[in-house]
Design a protein. Structure first.
Length: 237
């Protein structure tokens, strides 16, 4: 089953505005029921603004009504994610008014909190800011840091939901590639260390064998010399 573009934000809205049970919300948002319970208890996704899946065009009202009446009913999304994204791409990008640009620091704060996998370059592209501003907000050295309120950039109109999801997917894919590369390198280093240790042990064994052979030869020569001296003394007597 395809999940909503913003599963946690959708779960927040469903928890706050419906009587759906945790299993129904978890199934629709592709989350664990305990995670949904954490949202309801205020332990997860705190400060995250909920997104109405009906108004977002991802869920029909009829589906929601059925789920509200039947606790065992599982809601289905409207079409596929690819179709939804394709339709959003056809919409004209909205101009960000000057007044809205003042909300960019809040949007940056939200992105740093909820999507730490995003690179500074991606945030710059999404929000239209500078790396210096991002760094100051991350380090809590921003001039107006005390008044920062993490707010969803999509709901603020700073960026589109499609662009945000695309950036998140790209960042997660990069993280996965880096993880696999690190694991591969770790395995290679481990194998190299084992091979080196085996070679060292083999060399030590060979050295020990050579030492034993030399010692045996010395002992044999010493015994032969001793026997020769004994024979010579007996012959002289």
């Amino acid at each position: 089953m395809t999940m909503p573009l913003m599963p946690k934000a959708t779960a927040v809205w469903l928890v706050e505005n419906t009587t759906l049970n945790f299993d129904q919300i978890a199934d629709f948002c592709q989350l664990h029921p305990l995670e949904v319970q954490g949202i309801a208890d205020g332990d997860v996704a705190t400060g995250l603004i909920g997104q109405n899946p009906v108004s977002a065009g991802q869920l029909k009202q009829e589906e929601l009504d059925k789920a509200l009446k039947d606790p065992e009913y599982r809601m289905r999304m409207v079409g596929s994610m690819d179709k939804y994204i394709s339709e959003q791409k056809k919409q004209k990008a909205r101009y960000t008014p000057v007044a809205r640009r003042q909300d960019k620091p809040d949007a940056i704060s939200w992105l740093l909190k909820n999507h730490p996998e995003l690179t500074d370059a991606q945030i710059v592209k999404l929000v239209g800011t500078t790396k210096k501003t991002i760094l100051s907000i991350r380090d809590r050295t921003y001039w107006n840091v005390t008044n920062l309120k993490p707010r969803d950039p999509v709901l603020l109109g700073v960026c589109t939901q499609t662009d945000l999801q695309a950036a998140v997917n790209k960042a997660k894919a990069a993280e996965e590639r880096a993880k696999k590369k690190a694991e591969k390198e770790a395995k290679a280093k481990s194998a190299a260390r084992k091979e080196k240790a085996a070679a060292k042990a083999k060399a030590a064994e060979a050295t020990q064998n050579n030492s034993d052979e030399v010692q045996a030869e010395v002992t044999e020569n010493s015994e032969a010399e001793e026997n020769s001296q004994t024979g010579a003394q007996q012959a002289s007597a």
